[in-house]
Design a protein around this ligand. Structure first.
Ligand code: AMP
Length: 399
């Protein structure tokens, strides 16, 4: 199966070819033809599934037949975080590299001054990728009109709602034409997402792509029993032992990002904190350094790490466990992207054992609690599950 067999125009296929995406992923195979037919789509898309191209390519193809003297906003992509807005905007700009007419794709998000964004939007844009709050600010400043929109995308809808954007989304909906195509992508489907889909979508085509080995993130999940006080030492041990070049470490609070990053630096590891209250400049810089391998470890909160796409991210470590089972999926999905393999390690202490069991139960899995020599938990209460021989074998090999 090729991209052109999905009905995509040669200029888009050429751009995709340049990015070295040879074969469409399952979500792309299923969604692209339906979007090109003008259908509403409700897609269950895991992180790393290739969903940006799944909605981005057909939306951009619609622009090829757009004949308007004045530039008007054709499509709006709502995303939960600044990083995802920047990333989706960047991908879409790559896709239009061979369009004859210039296509303007603007990414707008909070945390940076609104003025440059207002100036950029003066001559409007063809596609806007936005976080909901900043989009509304721009509308209130009269910098943007949404009444011409033909296609609305809610990317990572579950996360948009989990981050409390329901009111903003509802307000934005009142500004959009009722006649439009709506596409909703979500990794999980809690009740609120179902309700929003019911309200928004018009006879949608449901795209549920079973994770297959070709695209399913190839992620080895591990749970290591360790006392809270030994986590940083263990983290250093794992980084050195496995030679992880880039590790994303999740902690529970903004304070912990700074604290853990500092402790790692003291141990000689190049680490930086990454959280929602850093300035946008600092976040962009940290991410750029991490992507360029100038930083070995990024210690992040859930909010900040959402949507980050880092190629060849060796490992994700849950230094603190995520609060919700849904976040667990999002976190581990940062590694093993687009067919690469990755490892996701969770540190489990006596205090968090029950919580981790809940996460396991929700995802219908059970991981062996590994004990690493020299870092065994002092707390005898921690149960060690007798694991499959394969796991024991792997542990032996690694330790
Ligand atoms: P996304 O799920 O859109 O965040 O994409 C995850 C990663 O998959 C990104 O790094 C994309 O560049 C990559 N990707 C998207 N489509 C393909 C494809 N057809 N083949 C290979 N990689 C892809």
């Amino acid at each position: 199966m090729t991209f052109s067999s999905l009905g995509l125009a040669p200029c888009l296929v050429r751009a995709i070819d340049d990015i070295a995406h040879q074969v469409p992923t399952p979500i792309q195979r299923a969604a692209i033809p339906e979007i090109l037919r003008g259908k509403d789509v409700l897609a269950c898309a895991q992180t790393g599934s290739g969903k940006t191209a799944a909605f981005g390519l057909p939306i951009l193809q619609q622009l090829l037949s757009k004949r308007s003297v004045w530039r008007t906003v054709h499509a709006l992509v709502l995303v939960p975080t600044r990083e995802l807005a920047a990333q989706v905007g960047e991908s879409m700009r790559q896709y239009v590299a061979y369009f004859e007419q210039p296509v303007k794709i603007s990414a707008v998000f909070g945390g940076v001054s609104i003025n440059p964004q207002m100036i950029e939007l003066r001559r409007s844009a063809d596609v806007i990728v936005a976080t909901p709050g900043r989009l509304l600010d721009l509308v209130r400043h009269n910098a943007l009109h949404l009444s011409t929109i033909k296609t609305l995308v809610l990317d990572e809808a579950d996360r948009l709602l989990a981050l409390g954007f329901a009111d903003e989304i509802n307000e934005i909906l009142t500004l959009l034409p009722a006649q439009r195509q709506t596409l909703m992508f979500s990794a999980t489907f809690p009740m609120e997402v179902h309700a929003l889909a019911e309200a928004l979508l018009n006879s949608p085509v449901r795209v549920d792509v079973e994770a297959t080995s070709a695209t399913a993130p190839d992620i080895v999940q591990r749970a290591i029993a360790v006392d809270v006080s030994k986590r940083t030492q263990l983290l250093r041990h794992l980084i050195q032992h496995h030679g992880w070049s880039r590790v994303l470490v999740f902690v529970a609070t903004k304070y912990s990002t700074e604290h853990v990053a500092q402790k790692l630096r003291r141990l000689g590891i190049n680490a930086a904190a990454f959280h929602g209250e850093l300035s946008q400049g600092a976040r962009t810089q940290a991410l750029a350094d991490f992507k360029a391998s100038k930083l070995q470890v990024l210690v992040a909160t859930d909010v900040a790490a959402r949507g980050i796409d880092i190629v060849q991210l060796a490992a994700v470590v849950n230094y603190d466990l995520p609060r919700s089972p849904v976040d667990y999926v999002h976190r581990i999905g940062r590694t093993g992207r687009a067919g690469e393999s990755g490892v996701a390690v969770s540190f489990v202490s006596a205090a968090t054992e029950m919580h981790f069991r809940l996460i396991e139960k929700r995802h219908k899995m059970r991981l062996v609690r590994e004990h690493i020599e020299g870092y065994e938990p002092a707390d005898e209460a921690l149960p060690v599950t007798k694991g499959a021989s394969e796991d024991k074998h792997r542990r032996k090999r690694e330790e």
